[in-house]
Design a protein around this ligand. Structure first.
Ligand code: SF4
Ligand code: SF4
Length: 176
């Protein structure tokens, strides 16, 4: 398989500094509203703060890949005296929880690193330096990548079944 140079973008999380202000959720949902900045609803954000106020726990997690089935792992981790479940760190849009699903349609949300912006908006808005943006170049094998449209279609088919989706497409194609 051919090798290509790829810019790898990542956001390092210094979770100890997070105070749960949720500014990152607000700007992410506003940036991705349509038209841009027309509304903000943290439930539509592609970053979510996993919160347990009693334990003073604030853990930023970014929306990752769509997963049609839930996994078997449910390990627990204790870090600095705070207990975390495996799901707390998981980025998957999975059937076992409501995280990273568009509230009206249930379609999966995914962090796109604010494609087109010089630096991700959540990084710019975090005043506590919790989110640290990093870039590096790597040589990788060119792979066929599932694009956002395909991920969305897979989620719709999982939810409504292929027959109903095909019927809807046939009906739509008959309209002018
Ligand atoms: S903006 Fe920064 S401090 Fe505020 S919730 Fe997000 S990651 Fe935490
Ligand atoms: S990088 Fe952009 S898309 Fe990803 S969580 Fe931050 S604001 Fe949202």
């Amino acid at each position: 398989m051919a090798k290509i140079k790829k810019k790898i973008k990542s956001i390092r999380i210094d979770a100890d500094k997070c105070n749960g202000c949720r500014g990152c959720e607000i700007i992410c949902s506003a940036y991705h509203s349509n038209p841009r900045y027309s509304s903000n609803n943290p439930a539509r954000s592609r970053i979510q703060i996993i919160t347990n106020r009693l334990e003073n726990k604030w853990l930023p997690v970014f929306a990752g890949e769509y997963a049609p089935a839930e996994c078997m792992g449910r390990d627990k981790y204790v870090i600095d005296g705070k207990e975390y479940s495996e799901c707390d760190f998981c980025r998957a849009v999975c059937p076992s929880r409501d995280l990273f699903k568009e509230p009206d349609s249930g379609l999966p949300l995914k962090c796109d690193m604010c494609e087109g912006e010089e630096r991700p908006l959540c990084v710019q808005w975090c005043l506590n330096d919790v989110l640290i943006y990093e870039e590096r170049e790597e040589e990788v094998e060119e792979a066929v990548r599932m694009d956002d449209m395909e991920i969305g279609l897979t989620a719709i088919v999982d939810r409504f079944g292929l027959d109903k989706v095909m019927d809807a497409v046939a009906r739509m194609s008959r309209k002018d």
